[in-house]
Design a protein around this ligand. Structure first.
Ligand code: IDP
Ligand code: MG
Length: 157
């Protein structure tokens, strides 16, 4: 186990989050939680990249519709670093299915309809290994910025 303070997670604002103008609000949640931004892009992903990213879902009946949704606009892939970043980010997101997402969480507050779990604003890696794989898919090593927040010298002794 590495130092949990430097765990990294992969987060992506999905097309509905971008179309609905929720980018700033979502980024704010991670900043407020004390996470440090390591990388971020604004891009319209290729179908190939999305199929690679979501390869474990490809046998599901909903997959073709899901890919169409994910191709419906640009997305904001990001890497955030912090204490237990993967697990903590999943708590901030909450359940994929909107009716199970608690108020106060990103999905609970921002997802609108409740009958299925399609457009749900945000993706978050569900394990450390998944985060590493996903970071490698969306970012080059050079795009991951190593920096120290000046505030950290006050927060962490
Ligand atoms: P997660 O995003 O919380 O990790 P997963 O079950 O891993 O949830 O599913 C990945 C994504 O696939 C979901 O966020 C959602 O956008 C989509 N998805 C999952 N189940 C369904 C479904 O039954 N219909 C449509 N889309 C689905
Ligand atoms: Mg998942």
């Amino acid at each position: 186990m590495g130092d949990p303070n430097v765990e990294r997670t992969f987060i992506m604002i999905k097309p509905d989050g971008v179309h609905r103008g929720l980018v700033g609000k979502i980024i704010k949640r991670f900043e407020s939680k004390g996470f440090k931004l390591v990388a971020m892009k604004f891009m319209w992903p290729s179908e190939q990249l999305l199929r690679q990213h979501y390869s474990d879902l490809s046998n599901n009946q909903f997959f073709p519709g899901f890919i169409k949704y994910m191709l419906s606009g640009p997305v904001v892939p990001m890497v955030w670093e912090g204490l237990d970043a993967v697990k903590t980010a999943r708590f901030l997101l909450c359940a994929a299915n909107r009716k199970d997402a608690n108020p106060g969480t990103i999905r609970g507050d921002l997802c609108t309809q409740t009958e299925h779990s399609g457009p749900n604003v945000i993706h978050g890696a569900d394990a450390v290994e998944a985060a590493e794989r996903e970071i490698g898919l969306w970012f080059t090593e050079k795009e991951l910025v190593t920096w120290t927040r000046t505030v950290d010298t006050w927060v962490y002794e």
